[in-house]
Design a protein around this ligand. Structure first.
Ligand SMILES: Cc1ncc(COP(=O)(O)O)c(C=O)c1O
Length: 365
């Protein structure tokens, strides 16, 4: 008799469950200040909470395919209708669904690093090969390197993914560079998880009218503040969205998330308040930390800020540990570009941001 391990497909065998240590910690110790996971510090608006209550009372019913919320999303983005929109349990599930439709074992996904970790996780579980193309670190900036992305393409490349703005660097790629990648015809995902903080004018959604291979992904976890609700979506050409939607789990998005999402999308005032709060506080933190000698602040168009404190001679991990002793969780970053001074902060409430600035300045003093 074969052991159970021998029945697993080889590319899944040995992969552990993904556990986000800092999120686990934050739920175990709710007194800690959560400034590590690019969440929104503001709770859902009254209108969204009302929808949650209303549809909570109907949770005995199966959800439909989300035609109402998909139509609203199409309208906001100037698209024809729900056939241009696929919804998922957070954009993480949207990536998974797209990856499963394009990637076979041994085929390649190109990502631009440093970047969000989900592309790697979903690639690995399918037995794909992840190709990481580094951004260029020069002039105190992390710059997109489209030429290197194009040079990394092989006949096995099935997906290219670029986050815009990028996490953790917080910046946008130049608008003209998107067409260069789109022109290759390779499925090209533009991850716009944070685009609402800068405004939809910065979106690349217009590309999908010209290029069938371009997919735009979004989430309500960030500017809309619904990370715990799990709602994300993809925008694309109707043929492509239709084909990818064939791989969706039936009823993948629950009744409560889809109606809460609709309420959030309709609550323009709620979004505006959150975006204005965020952008004001990002400017405050960037300013408050900009004069530390040897310290690099990466200007952010999102709700997190990346820092390189290598020039101070102090390690990023030590900063994160020091601040955590004062009750604030930040996000360490691995060693990058041969330097270990990196770390990232997510915006908290006004009070939390001031506490964090004080603790960070005390560490570098
Ligand atoms: C760049 C980027 N894309 C997507 C997501 C995923 O968000 P969700 O699965 O909550 O929609 C995140 C979350 O941090 C992110 O940073």
């Amino acid at each position: 008799m074969k052991a159970i391990q021998d029945y697993f497909v080889p590319w899944v065998k040995g992969i552990p469950m993904y556990v986000s240590g800092h999120i686990e910690l934050a739920w175990r110790q709710p007194e800690l200040h959560r400034m590590m996971s690019n969440e929104n510090p503001n709770p859902p608006s009254a209108k969204v909470q009302e929808a949650i209550q209303k549809y909570g009372a109907m949770a005995n019913r199966y959800p439909d395919q989300g035609l109402v919320v998909r139509s609203k999303i199409a309208e906001i983005n100037g698209l024809d209708g729900p056939k241009n929109v696929m919804i998922g349990n957070g954009s993480s599930e949207v990536f998974d669904n797209i990856f499963r439709c394009f990637l076979q074992v041994g085929e390649e996904v190109i990502q631009h690093t440093p970047c969000f970790g989900i592309y790697k996780l979903r690639c690995n579980i399918l037995g794909g090969k992840l190709v990481s193309v580094p951004m260029i670190y020069a002039d105190k900036e992390l710059k997109f390197n489209v030429d290197a992305i194009l040079a990394a393409i092989t006949d096995k490349t099935k997906i290219i993914v670029v986050a815009n703005p990028n996490n953790p660097s917080g910046n946008f790629m130049n608008a003209e560079d998107f067409a260069k990648i789109a022109e290759t015809g390779i499925p090209f995902i533009v991850d716009e998880a944070y685009v609402e903080f800068a405004g939809l004018e910065k979106s690349q959604v217009g590309l999908i009218k010209k290029y069938k291979n371009v997919l735009i992904t979004r989430t309500l976890s960030k500017a809309y503040g619904l990370a715990g609700m799990r709602f994300g979506y993809a925008l694309g050409h109707e043929e492509v969205i239709g084909q990818i939607s064939a791989a969706l789990l039936p009823w993948n998005v629950g009744t409560i998330p889809m109606w809460a999402a609709l309420a959030a999308l309709e609550d323009i005032e709620g979004l505006t308040e959150r975006v204005e709060f965020n952008n004001r506080e990002v400017a405050y933190i960037e300013n408050a930390l900009s004069d530390i000698p040897g310290f690099i602040v990466f200007h952010s168009a999102a709700n997190y800020i990346l820092f390189d404190g290598s020039g101070t001679g102090k390690a990023g991990d030590d900063l994160v540990a020091f601040v955590q002793e004062r009750g604030i969780i930040l996000r360490p970053q691995s060693t990058m570009y041969g330097q270990n001074g990196w770390w990232r902060l997510t915006l908290g409430t006004q009070e939390e941001n001031r506490m964090a600035v004080e603790a960070i300045r005390a560490f570098y003093a």
